[in-house]
Design a protein around this ligand. Sequence first.
Ligand code: F0G
Length: 361
Amino acid sequence: AHLWRGVIREYADRLPTLAGSPVVTLHEGGTPLIPAENLSELVGANVLVKYEGLNPTGSFKDRGMTTAISHAKGRGAKAVICASTGNTSASAAAYATKAGMSCVVLVPEGKIAMGKLSQAIAHGATLVQVDGNFDACLTVARKLAETHPVELVNSVNPARIEGQKTAAFEVVDALGDAPDIHILPVGNAGNITAYWRGYTEYATDAPDLPAVATRTPQMWGFQAAGAAPIVLGHPVDEPDTIATAIRIGNPASWRQAETARDESGGRIESVTDEQILAAHRLLSSTEGIFVEPGSAASIAGLIQASERGEVPVDATIVCTVTGHGLKDPQWALRLADGTEVEPVRVAAEARAVAEVLGLEG
Ligand code: F0G
């Protein structure tokens, strides 16, 4: 039987910068690419969902954290630091624990989902709530890493992007070639950068590695409307969205994201919180896939493009959904009209339950 060994071992020949480094892994990657029949019918294309919520800590960050922490361990690091809207901190805390390192996480005060906060605490990270947003946290983390013996494991660390590019490899390995379009949410813009690197590497002959794909996809990225600096063309001082994962006003990989967009002939646009929540509901209620709101930005973007008549008929489209719904479950309990779901209460009797269900006696 083939047991999935994690992205560093599975793609060792494609990760030369990790060669010879110790491997710190929770056997991340190998996530399913799920055909989404209802969504496909809705937009008139062949839509597949890359469900990154099924990574060990529940988000795509694990792909970049196995590489960043392995690299840090190889350099003899004893401690790591990151700024985070939640998922990076959950992942860094888990992988640092696995490596026997300590971990400091800086999170924006009050704007991080409970599930993510719990993970960082559970894995023993030192958690500091900073009086400011993600961008302020990242500035502080970068300064501390420059002046203290701690490794920065945000996506400005090149090892992070190396690890995250493996998601593109998995898509091509599953489909036999690149899709026509790849869609993902954009926050700090590391992931769109990483996918583009993965797709271009797989479509290019290397000295001892022949190309795997014959082409590269268009890269479509979607930001939340209240946190859409790349779309607006300027930083956003006070980013605001219910999709706290992507509540970022000055993305570190801004230029690289524009390069991915332009070289691939793609687009980076925005979707409103209402569109994000509608896509979140659609995915869970028609496809059986539960994601956190930030992840639904890719689906919201696809639907928006479809409504504008911009989805090519029968195109093969992969949407990455980046984090698990259990990270931030409260949104499922809010109905489209804004009211909260109240469970029906009933006595522990078959007849009473049957009555509530409207079953014939
Ligand atoms: N989706 C989720 C669930 C995320 O947590 C993030 C980023 C993104 C999308 C955007 O990815 O930054 O590479 O463009 N979360 C970071 C964090 C910022 O701290 O967990 P990106």
